[in-house]
Structure formats: C-alpha cells, structure tokens
Design a binder for this molecule. Structure first.
Ligand code: SIN
Length: 297
C-alpha cells in the first residue's frame, strides 16, 4: 500500500468541490478545490478516491507555487528525483521541468518528453505511483496529453495474447529507445556514468495488480520495455508489438487538452500516456512531480 498520509492540516475547513467524470474511458475533473490551501483529511480522502476511480484527475484553475505542488504531491508518498538533474527546478529538485523552451541557447527542460507511450519511471525498481503535471506556459495549438487505460486493455485482450503473457516478466530500461529517439530527431542528453548507474535495467511482471484496487492491467510500454523474458527474441518482439497495438486503442483513451491553471494527476499503475507535442515555434512549459509507488506484482 502507498504511504498516503493523513495530515496536520485537519483543522482546515472542508472545501466545496465537485468531481465530474469525463465521458472517456478514464478521467474526471475536480472543480472548486484550491490546492494552495492544505487539504483536510476528508477532502484529501475524496481526491484520493477520485484518483483510484478515474485514474486521471484534472484540478482546474490552480494558482500554486512549486512548494505547494511538492507538499500536495507528498501527501501521496515519497517523491522521486529524475535522473536528468539538469532539468530539475532550481531549489526544488522534486520538480522536473518538461519544456521545449531554450534560454541562452540551452534547453530549460526535457523537450519532446513522452513522445512514445509510457508509464513514468517503469524502468525503476519502484516505478511511479502517479505523476502531477502542472501547466506553466501553454502553446496556442497542440500540446495535448493522451492517457490509455491498461486495465481496460488487459480486460479486453484476445484470449491467445492473454495466454502468451500469462506469468511472464519483462525488462525495462530508461535508455531502451534512446538511439531511436535521437534517430527520430528527438533531443536526448548524453548520460554520464553516474546517471547510467542510477537507471540500471529492471524486471517487472507484464501484467500487474493495482496495489490499492486489486484490478489487473498491462504493464509494458513502447518507451521503456526492452523484451519479455524466457521467450525467443522474435517471439518477444511479436508479442510486444501486438500488446502495444492493442493497448492504445481509441476506446481506452482520454485526451487532455490543457487549459490555463490545470494540474493533472494520473495513475502510472493503471495507465500509459503520450505527449502529442506542439509546433516547435510555440512555447510549452510544465512542472512535474513524480510519486514513488510499490514494486509491481
Ligand atoms: C510526461 O510524459 O510526463 C510528459 C507529458 C506531457 O508533457 O504532456
């Protein structure tokens, strides 16, 4: 179970907010909640439940500082610090900057982050429970984020494919697509020896059980999964290709079109996500916190 924490903010008045599910497979918006104020335990419990029920929650109209984003994220668990230290916010290393903006010729954040479907930090022994992405500067066009339910994907898997992955495990590596990404014109910083040591390949089950809801879902992704263990290489490649084709079907997807003030909190144990990108002359800057989850089982 994650270390969801009750807080010393329990004296705070209850806020009057609504949870409004989207019509897509996953997702709900939370309207009327002010995250600049610490949440009392009852409000926090409602948010926590909405996150479990809908997998993506969109907090509208937020005006919060980096420290407030960090404090709220910490209510759900320990925060993870990204391996690309050059893109951590100054004085707030818990915040990872995702941006296509350059200042003095240097990128201020990871541009082109999330161009392949993935679950954040699936390449770690303790992959992420969830991520909070807070819009700082949005392009006039594009920049959407797609989320696909891997629980629906698993539940609708053809019987043959389900059988092929029964009890199987797969390896994940941060650098799995590095060469392809650079080849595709996506900027990727060269990693130092110390950074490479931080992201050694790990093995996780191909199907994981959500530690809080018990629902099962696929846990492989085209960004970080390298191969399925204990099957010939070509068979692994074939199975993964079929899983990826199935896992991003339109009926499993919620498309988030960002609005000013949005902070989106998703469940990496239940979803994969993809950044669609925006025209390169438009500016996009986001702040992400990443909460550590359990070892998948
Ligand atoms: C990510 O993969 O965390 C980034 C998503 C986005 O920038 O829309």
């Amino acid at each position: 179970m994650p270390a969801v924490s009750l807080s010393s903010a329990n004296h705070q008045p209850t806020q009057n907010f609504e949870v409004r599910p989207f019509s897509a497979a996953v997702g709900a918006e939370i309207v009327g909640l002010d995250l600049s104020r610490p949440l009392n335990d009852a409000d926090f419990a409602r948010v926590h439940q909405a996150h479990l029920d809908y997998n993506v929650v969109v907090f509208r109209d937020q005006r919060i500082t980096p420290q407030q984003q960090i404090d709220f994220s910490r209510r759900f668990g320990v925060l993870q610090i990204h391996v690309l230290k050059q893109f951590l916010l100054a004085n707030h290393p818990e915040i990872f900057i995702i941006s296509n903006i350059k200042e003095n010729g240097q990128p201020i954040g990871l541009g082109d982050a999330g161009k392949f479907w993935h679950s954040d930090l699936s390449y770690k022994e303790f992959p992420s429970l969830g991520s909070m992405l807070y819009a700082q500067e949005l392009p006039e066009e594009g920049g959407d984020t797609l989320f696909a339910s891997q629980q629906l994907a698993f539940e609708t898997l053809p019987a043959e494919l389900r059988q092929a992955i029964d009890g199987k495990r797969a390896a994940h590596s941060y650098t799995a697509r590095y060469a392809d990404e650079v080849f595709a014109g996506i900027r990727r910083p060269t990693l130092t020896e110390a950074q490479l040591a931080e992201v050694k390949a790990v093995v996780h089950p191909v199907v994981r059980t959500h530690p809080e809801t018990g629902r099962r879902g696929l846990f492989v992704n085209e960004n970080f999964t390298t191969h399925i263990l204990d099957v010939p290489e070509d068979e692994s490649r074939q199975i993964l290709a079929e899983l990826y084709a199935h896992s991003a079907k339109p009926e499993f997807i919620y498309r988030h079109q960002w609005q000013d003030g949005d902070m989106v909190f998703w469940d990496n144990r239940a979803l994969i996500h993809l950044a669609t990108g925006c025209p390169s002359h438009l500016r996009r800057r986001m702040h992400r916190t990443t909460i550590q989850g359990d070892v998948p089982f």
